[in-house]
Design a protein around this ligand. Sequence first.
Ligand SMILES: O=C([C@@H]1CCCNC1)N1CCCCC1
Length: 330
Amino acid sequence: STGGAVATPEDHDVEYLTPVSIGTPEQILNLDIDTGSSDLWVFSSETSRSEVKGQTLYDPSNSSTAQKLEGYTWSISYGDGSSSAGEVYLDTVSIGALTVSSQAVEVAQKVSSEFTSDSNNDGLLGLGFGSLNTVQPNAQKTFFDNAMPALDSPVFTADLKAGIPGRYNFGYIDPNAYTGNITYVSVDDSQGFWDWTSPGYAIGSGSFENTTIKGIADTGTSLLLLPSSVVSAYYGKISGAKYDSTQAGYVLPCSPTPPDFAFGVGDDGAAIVLPGKYINYAPTGSSGTTCFGGIQGDSGIGFAIFGDVALKAAFVVFDGGSKTLGWASK
Ligand SMILES: O=C([C@@H]1CCCNC1)N1CCCCC1
């Protein structure tokens, strides 16, 4: 089997939303597919009314295939401080033509303000490793783990794009979605993340800097978070760029276009190049003179995060069979 669906960016590519079908008859919710976590949770008929602002709600009582897991609960806190919690059902879940008949669907009873205010986001679909799942008393499998045995190939791919819809595919690699070769690198799944190591980076037309950068491929994080030494080297090349403590990040003049940023993949010299315009993440004010940087520091996290600013420059294969990541330009 195979499947897949469109990934549509919200403003500034802060997140990408993908239509997911749940239940019988189908209830279609737009979910944030997140390789940095492993819970599939949705806004629901059980979500506190005061915490819902425009989201589409999954109602298990309207699904003939919903089965409640009595006594099961979940509660998750994300690195950005957001959180949600609730109860658990099993139901049929599809992404395009790919269907999992008994998927744990975690219904939210409460969500934090970050989710309440994100009116187009109806929940998250985690594609991290199973060890991260928060369901008690027994952890539940991700959509990918459930689907994998039936997939033509045990993979999913992320093809996110700047400002326009991209795609998540399951079970196959679309040869028309990338250029050149796919370079595969090993993954350390011991922390539950798609955690890999880049050999270094280059700024603009500058020389390649060999420095180990260990980090996770996280479709649910907006920015590219890197070691402070790398971030300082990058913004040090830009007149007027500075760390703004009020914004809690580096800001830079939106014009001229900043230098490209490349990160290495594998030991054969392959690299993914972020066009400089990707580093103009969003204007900080109404004049559009100053931009918030798409590259920021990873201090306090313990590893780098290759979020959407990086991922949208690449075609990425998440290989659940070999537990490797494949990176290609496009
Ligand atoms: O909570 C997160 C992210 C938040 C955004 C969505 N993906 C998961 N983590 C990833 C990095 C380490 C800490 C946990």
